[in-house]
Design a binder for this molecule. Structure first.
Ligand code: 3H9
Length: 688
């Protein structure tokens, strides 16, 4: 026996305490230890009931995801679940914290389940590009029926103890310490107060309609994904005898395991967590009581909403009274939406503490001030100076999207307290927060930025200072590639459709219309002074702005957004005029070539951002694109995707494109090194 389980005999009860921190993932060691413990207790004549419970924060959070893609080691989880089910003595399980994926499957292999309130129960495998592979697709429908099993397995959603009880997944809800509950449950089994049975002995009621409906719905909404469809096929097999159904599940699970989508989705899972590992992690974050937000525009009101939703008292300051009023009603609208969606109760809403004022002095007492004012260096410097005078000792954060945080910090008497907190619009919805660390930013200020992100339920990624930080800098680059494609012959709608075909929810021109073409325009004007001579400039979007077409907000942009929808018919003549002006003869592009150029531009800049130290690791760059820019999760992020293509192939591509535009298409030094050394970004993630 090894120390990942704690085996105890208490009277005639054999207790198996699972102890594999932090979340009791069912690693090889844990599987082996549970198997040995069960066999030991089964053979022990003094023992009549066996109970499994989790020590620490959960029962079992699932199979150990880090083992996927490595050679499998016996005992496999499916074999363990079958062995538990076959045990000659009653085996019960107490579920607390998380009983997810393989964790729930282990529990379904036991003969009765007790749920502790607060437990998250579910089969989230589909979110990792796989299906439940240890009997979950066979035993769940036997207990819940096919419709509920399809819902759980194809959405991967977590349910609570009450829902699990209502569905028949657990037999009882009980409050208390998991070990005590395990002992009590054993007593109840002996007394006949808790029924035990083998789930595999039950049969699934056929429901072809539910299967057909779910399959059709998934073909509509998840056509590009692999595993959701396999989930339905596996659940369909649950009407077969158990062993046949399990064999079918096994084959489908293996298909998913081999799919590149599995690797991408699991990379995304780890990306979300890896970004928290920062050099400042050991610093103690400062306490944040009140938060001040300066600027009541879209960003300011979104940031204020996010802070209020997380329970912070907020002071919102805006010098223009009308703008302040608009900001307040935007916040009220956001909060109404949160109540409607069940994210906030009306009672809690009434307790939220928002002070709104046109007087900066009202910021007094704030521990953190976030400025979301106009994107202008002098304005920002002025605001930081004023805020510092009003709240000495507070953290001063700028929500700038592009400007130099070191320059802004230089305006403060205490530049160590200045940091960039780059939110994404809508700030109360988008999960990404770039924490931009200046040369002088103190470690505890960085740690506070990360602690704040956690409270706001956002994914914080540490970024260094450069124009656009990680995300906008990369976006600027691939957005140019889209403009070049448009000038050279592809239409905006073909480009958008091709990019959607890769898995993005929107293409670049649809995105511009959504954000407002004035945003990109202002940014291009800011860059005019520093734009290199050799850079190819595409002025199509400028012509749209000059015509007053700013996208959705004016009803017209690259597309029509009024009574009529679809591509704006006035765009083609503008593009043609620009081509004529630059002597460009258009040529056809395949969707494949569009995607290849767009992604190669993205990967190139992403590689440079990492190589220059703006991002800590390649996986941090992936997280930014995944959680802030809609990069399709099943492709794992641009640098994960780059690994699937290989550095040598990318270098070759860039060199080919460079024959047309040697300024734009330059091979990043890091890609050349990687091609020569035959290494990958995954290698660099491991080193970092
Ligand atoms: C499966 O079960 C397949 C089977 O059907 C078939 C097999 C044949 N493995 O999220 P946190 C790590 S697929 C390995 O920050 P929280 C995580 O990386 C699995 N590691 O905590 C982190 O490490 P680090 C189905 C795991 O409290 C640390 O634990 N199960 C696993 O915010 C803390 O995690 C799932 O998909 C794992 N399974 O959330 C559930 N889980 O500190 C996946 C976590 O080094 N897990 N880690 O960064 C979760 O959803 C959340 O972790 C959980 C806790 C809700 C449990």
């Amino acid at each position: 026996m090894n120390d990942v389980v704690h085996l105890e005999r208490v009277g005639a009860t054999g207790l198996i305490g699972l102890n594999n921190p932090p979340v009791n993932a069912a690693s090889h060691a844990l599987r082996q230890a549970i198997l040995e413990a069960v066999e030991t207790l089964e053979a022990d004549p003094e023992i009549d009931v066996i109970a499994l419970y989790g020590k620490g924060r959960s029962f079992i959070a699932g199979a150990d995801i880090r083992e996927f893609g490595k050679p499998p080691k016996d005992p496999w989880l499916p074999a363990l679940c079958n062995r538990l089910e076959a045990c000659a003595k009653p085996v019960i399980s107490v579920l607390h914290g998380a009983a997810l994926g393989g964790g729930l499957e282990v529990a379904l292999g036991t003969h009765a389940r007790i749920a502790v309130p607060g437990v998250a129960i579910g089969l989230p495998e589909v979110t990792l590009g796989i299906i439940p592979g240890a009997g979950g697709t066979q035993r769940t429908p036997r207990l819940t029926g096919i419709p509920a099993a399809l819902d759980l397995i194809t959405t991967g959603r977590h349910i609570d103890a009450e829902q699990a009880l209502a569905l028949g997944l657990v037999d009882r809800i009980a409050t208390g310490d998991p070990r005590d509950l395990a002992l009590q449950a054993a007593v109840d089994v002996r007394r006949g107060d808790l029924r035990t049975r083998r789930t595999g002995d039950l049969t699934t009621k056929p429901d072809d309609d539910a299967l057909a409906e779910t399959a059709a719905e998934l073909r509509k909404i998840k056509a590009h994904l692999f595993s959701p469809h396999r989930c339905v096929e596996a659940v369909a097999a649950s009407t077969l005898p158990l062993q046949e159904g399990l064999a079918r599940e096994r084959a489908l699970f293996q298909n998913c395991l081999d799919s590149p989508q599995r690797a991408g989705l699991i990379h995304a899972f780890f990306a979300e967590r890896a970004v928290a590992k920062i050099p400042e992690a050991a610093a103690t974050p400062r306490d944040i009581g009140r938060i001040g937000v300066i600027g009541a525009g879209t960003m300011g009101s979104g940031i204020a909403t996010a802070c209020l939703l997380a329970g912070f008292p907020v002071t919102l300051v805006e010098k223009n009274a009308d703008a302040l009023e608009r900001g307040q009603s935007a916040i009220a609208g956001n909060l109404d939406g949160a109540v409607r969606r069940g994210k906030l109760t009306s009672e809690r809403r009434d307790t939220l503490d928002l002070t709104a004022s046109t007087d900066m002095a009202r910021l007094d007492g704030a521990d953190l001030v976030i400025e979301a004012a106009f994107e202008d260096m002098e304005v920002k410097k002025q605001i930081i100076k004023q805020a510092e005078n009003i709240c000495p000792g507070a953290i001063l954060a700028t929500n700038t999207s592009y400007l130099d945080v070191n320059d802004i910090a230089a305006a403060a008497a205490s530049p160590g307290d200045v940091i960039g907190l780059h939110f994404f619009s809508p700030a109360h919805v988008m999960r990404l927060l770039e924490v931009v660390v200046g040369d002088a930013t103190r470690p505890e200020v960085v740690a506070t930025g990360f602690a704040l992100a956690k409270r706001l339920r956002k994914i914080a990624v540490r970024a260094g200072v450069c124009d656009g930080f990680i995300g906008n800098r990369i976006m600027n680059h691939y957005r140019k590639a889209a403009d070049h494609l448009m000038m050279d012959g592809a239409s905006p709608e073909q480009i958008d459709a091709a990019i959607r075909g890769f898995g993005f929810a929107m293409g670049p021109f649809e995105m511009s219309d959504l954000a407002g073409l004035d945003i990109g325009h202002a940014n291009r004007r800011r860059q005019d002074a520093t734009r290199p001579e050799a850079e190819r400039y595409v002025a199509v979007a400028d012509r749209l702005v000059e015509a007053g077409w700013l996208g959705r907000k004016t009803g017209k942009g690259f597309y029509l957004h009024g009574a009529d929808t679809g591509p704006n018919p006035d765009i083609a003549p503008i593009i043609e005029a620009e081509r004529a002006h630059h002597g460009v003869s258009p040529r056809p592009f395949t969707d494949e070539e569009i995607v290849a150029r767009y992604l190669t531009a993205m990967i190139s800049e992403a590689a440079r951002v990492y190589d220059e130290g703006i991002a800590l690791r390649p996986i941090d760059v992936d997280a930014v694109l995944l959680f802030g820019y809609g990069f399709p999760r099943h492709h794992g992020g641009p640098l994960h995707h780059a690994d699937t293509l290989g550095a040598a192939r990318l270098v070759e591509r860039i060199e080919t494109y460079a024959t047309e535009d040697a300024h734009f298409w330059q091979v990043p030094a890091i890609l050349r090194r990687m091609a020569a050394e035959e290494t990958t970004f995954a290698d660099l993630n491991r080193e970092g």
